[in-house]
Design a protein around this ligand. Structure first.
Ligand code: NAD
Ligand code: LMR
Length: 328
């Protein structure tokens, strides 16, 4: 049997993880042939609730689940981890922007980054979900100087999925017909869902959908504001769709991206498209199936797109300035 993969997950008693952990243990993340060990990390007051979640996971009798560790100790939690999913942190409430969480959640990522640096496996890959996820990933990356920067990512796959679903509904096609729905920038109200380069049944979106005013206006703002709309409707932030997007993010990171396609992942900028090097910025990426990825080059950008990309870059620069003391 293959060696088990150690998946460390923070916020393990929280809402997103309640939709996530069962899917990891059932093989949705890494395939039906890969055994997993779940290393579940929580803050001390939530350990009792975590016990309850673990009881339910046990009661599923997942054949792939080899072991489960429940802990409030970061060293134990990240020990030997091959994949670290940083979900734990405060979610926003109605009326807040994601960046408002920066002071509450940012400091979590210095300790977690350091613990990953000191304890995780040499091949560790990190995906940050807790908001503001791009900047939290930046903090974790800076706190883990021995881990290659490109191992730190933040999740914009939920935005890609939301954008695909909106386009499919407008065009009256199944969502699987929509490809290359790139998201540029921050997972925030400034992100830019790049419909100009997306396709529907292989044709440019702008050829299939005549209503360009909708694409430039309501489509973009619906995707940018979707998190807030869900908080308003549900009373709490998206959870099952976020867990699903995280499964997509990590599974596709370890899958060869089909020829000619790409997905959205927030990764450290290498200066591509003139974006400030080092920022965790969402780009269209292609993955090599072995945990490597490349930022797709040569994507055509018009003035409309370039302007939107700059707005979201500026917001990330501002977030970085706010947490400058955590980036030492
Ligand atoms: P939740 O409040 O239901 O659960 C969060 C859990 O994290 C809690 O159990 C809490 O005890 C735990 N936690 C807090 N600090 C921790 C720490 N230092 N170490 C370990 N665990 C800790 O929240 P949720 O709905 O699961 O959302 C979690 C985060 O994900 C929020 O910040 C939310 O804004 C974010 N989010 C991001 C996306 C995205 O697309 N990137 C989507 C949805 C939600
Ligand atoms: C989302 O996009 O649903 C999450 O980031 C939660 C939020 O605060 O919007």
């Amino acid at each position: 049997m293959t060696k088990p993969v150690r998946v460390a997950v923070t916020g393990a008693a929280g809402s997103i993880d309640y939709s996530l952990l069962f899917r990891i243990a059932s093989g949705d993340l890494l395939g039906k042939d890969t055994p997993v060990i779940l290393q579940l990390i929580e803050i001390t007051p939530a350990l009792q609730a975590l016990e309850g979640v673990a009881m339910e996971i046990n009661d599923c009798a997942f054949p792939l689940l080899q072991d489960m560790v429940l802990t409030d100790d970061l060293k134990t939690g990240f020990d030997g981890a091959n994949i670290a999913l940083l979900v734990g942190g405060m979610p926003r409430k109605q009326g807040m922007e994601r960046a408002d969480l920066i002071k509450a959640n940012g400091p979590i990522f210095t300790g977690q980054g350091k613990a990953i640096n000191d304890n995780a496996a040499d091949d560790v890959r990190v995906a940050v979900v807790a908001n503001p996820c791009n900047t939290n990933a930046l903090i974790a990356m800076h706190s883990a100087p021995d881990v290659p920067n490109e191992r730190f990512t933040a999740m914009t796959r939920l935005d890609e999925n939301r954008a695909k679903s909106q386009l499919a509904a407008k065009a009256g096609v199944p969502v699987s017909a929509v490809k290359n729905m790139g998201i540029w920038g921050n997972h925030s109200n400034t992100m830019y869902p790049d419909f100009f380069n997306a396709t529907i049944q292989g044709k440019p979106v702008t050829e299939v959908i005549d209503d360009h005013e909708w694409l430039k206006g309501d489509f973009i703002s619906t995707v940018q504001q979707r998190g807030a709309a869900i908080i308003k409707a549900r009373g709490s932030s998206s959870a099952a769709s976020a867990a699903n997007a995280l499964i997509d993010h990590v599974r596709d990171w370890f899958t060869v991206t089909p020829e000619g396609e790409y997905h959205a992942m927030a990764v450290p900028s290498d200066g591509s498209y003139g974006i400030e090097e080092g920022l965790i910025y969402s780009f269209p990426v292609r993955c090599d199936g072995k945990g490597g990825y490349e930022i797709v080059q040569g994507i055509e950008l018009n003035d409309f797109s370039r302007e939107k990309m700059k707005v979201t870059e500026k917001q990330l620069l501002e977030e970085r300035a706010v947490v400058a003391d955590l980036l030492k």
